[in-house]
Design a protein around this ligand. Structure first.
Ligand code: COA
Length: 145
């Protein structure tokens, strides 16, 4: 099955199919509200479908000028290792090449399955010069009143 056997769209998925694909790919959950707001805020997005069903995606979020982050790189387990992840990255980096500003800083957090894939597109670990850090804001931790 080649990448041509799939339908490619430069668009964000619907909220429900987004949350379902993240879960199927083993990525952490978000609330419906967070997903709705987040999907509307993408700088660019790629969806890949098979017979209408979302089987892969990726997005770039950011300020549109200086800083961008590649997020949501996910392929449904039934369709992994067929080149879809590579094609998603190729499309996103091509959009960055054509639309981002000179010197734009593009980062991502790589889970183990993604490391070699991202290296193929020129990404390098920031450590030890700098270390990526993150914090998740949750009601359970008392972050919201
Ligand atoms: C990472 C992911 C998007 C790759 O998608 P894919 O369609 O399988 O990717 P491709 O077929 O284009 O393969 C690209 C490269 O990814 C790497 N890769 C893919 N699956 C992998 C796995 N299970 N373990 C290790 N490396 C893997 C390989 O380097 C592969 O290149 P190779 O086949 O030449 O060795 C997919 O495995 C996935 O959705 N994983 C779960 C979610 C996730 O971890 N996302 C990344 C978050 S940072």
């Amino acid at each position: 099955m080649a990448a041509d056997d799939f339908d490619w769209q430069e668009a964000s998925p619907d909220v429900d199919e987004y949350l379902a694909l993240r879960a199927a790919a083993g990525l952490s959950p978000f609330t419906h509200t967070a997903a709705e707001r987040g999907l509307a805020g993408a700088w660019c997005a790629v969806c890949v479908r098979r017979e209408g069903r979302l089987v892969g995606m990726g997005r770039v979020v950011g300020d549109g000028g200086c800083f961008f982050q590649i997020v949501d790189i996910a392929v449904h387990p039934s369709f992994q290792r067929r080149g879809l992840g590579g094609e998603i990255m190729r499309r996103l980096t091509e959009t960055l090449r054509t639309r981002a500003s000179d010197g734009a800083f593009v980062s991502l957090l790589a889970d183990p399955p993604g490391v070699r894939l991202y290296e193929r597109f020129g990404f390098r670990a920031s450590a030890p010069a700098s270390v990526g850090m993150f914090r998740r804001f949750t009601k359970d931790s008392g972050d919201f009143t």
